[in-house]
Design a protein around this ligand. Structure first.
Ligand SMILES: Cc1cc2nc3c(=O)[nH]c(=O)nc-3n(C[C@H](O)[C@H](O)[C@H](O)COP(=O)(O)O)c2cc1C
Length: 321
């Protein structure tokens, strides 16, 4: 049980949309259960459950990596009880496992990874690292498209359109205000120190504050060498969003383990017209789940602070008896 509790604790550091942490872990005698926490659902901003499911998928991958690095093979059943749609996964220990160096590195990256919304340095990302990111997604059954130079205007327009549609929507604005102005004790939400002030960017990043003066400066980087990627797959349903969340976690941890900065971009899939533009950009080869920008961290810039997390007691339950 301690092993499962430790994995759930480490998984609390997983990324989640607006840092909502929309999960609950239940540690049972011989299994660990991941439940979606509907009280933390983003309402009208997430009408189909894409974001809550992807966020939980990221937490699931974090727990898998924590267990692998701690020397445990696991058996996983996604949606183990058909009558309980919010019970997303059950994990059982399946015997000893010799962790690979890669798994140990990814587990280490769980505590060092940050979402970095600043402009990245103009130093190119080595091609072999881009290949590793793609392989990390593929291992989770999800494809990673690297946006070509000529496709960048499509992505930039999709992001611009997403921002204008969302910021014109009162429900989105109240959700944004709610999750970017959380009291310190809440242990969730995106604090101003993790938002970035509006600035001209090659591809706009989601504004995480209504106040244009809040947030850190985008910095001196120009995003000229930033690699923009799209996670995509064959289906567009809850099963694929859970796998997309696992792949998102795999890509972000792989990037962090290799010293790269990264940030998810899902505004471009939240707004149907932007999502459709990306689907056409993928020329019929699949459905887009999330964008991920990756780059060399901004030069001479301070490290990003960690976003808060709720205490384990608020997100991890133990089976009684
Ligand atoms: C499904 C999902 C969608 C996200 N979408 C965005 C996004 O569109 N823009 C953004 O800046 N960050 C996005 N994030 C990053 C979260 O805001 C971030 O993970 C959270 O604030 C916690 O911070 P951390 O990643 O530094 O731990 C997303 C994360 C997840 C898992």
């Amino acid at each position: 049980m301690e092993v499962l509790t430790a994995a759930a604790q480490l998984a609390l550091r997983a990324p989640s949309a607006f840092n909502t942490q929309p999960w609950r872990w239940l540690v049972r005698t011989s299994s660990l259960e991941l439940h979606a926490d509907r009280d933390r659902h983003l309402g009208a901003v997430d009408p189909e459950d894409r974001l809550i499911t992807m966020s939980c998928g990221a937490a699931l991958h974090h727990a898998r990596i924590a267990l692998a690095a701690a020397g445990h093979d696991v058996h996983i059943c996604r949606w183990p009880e058909p009558g309980q749609p919010d019970l997303l996964a059950r994990i059982w220990l399946a015997g000893p496992h010799r962790p690979s160096a890669g798994e140990v590195d990814l587990a280490h990256a769980i505590t060092t990874r940050r979402t970095d919304r600043r402009a990245f340095a103009d130093t190119p990302v080595p091609a072999d690292l881009v290949a590793r990111l793609r392989a990390a997604a593929e291992t989770e059954g999800v494809h990673l498209h690297v946006v070509r130079e000529r496709e960048l205007p499509v992505l930039a327009r999709a992001a611009t359109r997403a921002a204008s549609v969302q910021l014109a929507d009162p429900e989105y604005r109240s959700t944004l205000i709610r999750w970017t102005n959380r009291p310190r004790w809440s242990g969730d939400g995106v604090p101003p120190a993790n938002a970035v002030r509006p600035a001209p960017r090659r591809v706009p990043v989601r504004e995480l504050s209504i106040d244009p003066h809040a947030g850190v400066a985008a910095g001196s980087g120009q995003d000229r060498a930033t690699v923009y990627t799209i996670l995509f797959g064959d289906c567009d349903d809850r099963g694929s969003w859970l796998r997309a969340g696992e792949a998102l976690s795999a890509v972000l941890l792989t990037a962090a383990a290799h010293g790269l900065a990264a940030a998810p971009m899902t505004d471009v899939v939240e707004v149907p017209a932007s999502r459709e533009a990306l689907r056409q950009m993928l020329s019929g080869s699949g459905h887009p789940y999330a964008g991920v920008r990756v780059g060399v961290p901004p030069l001479r810039a301070a490290d990003q602070p960690a976003t808060p997390r709720r205490p384990a007691s608020a997100a991890i339950d133990h089976e009684k008896g």
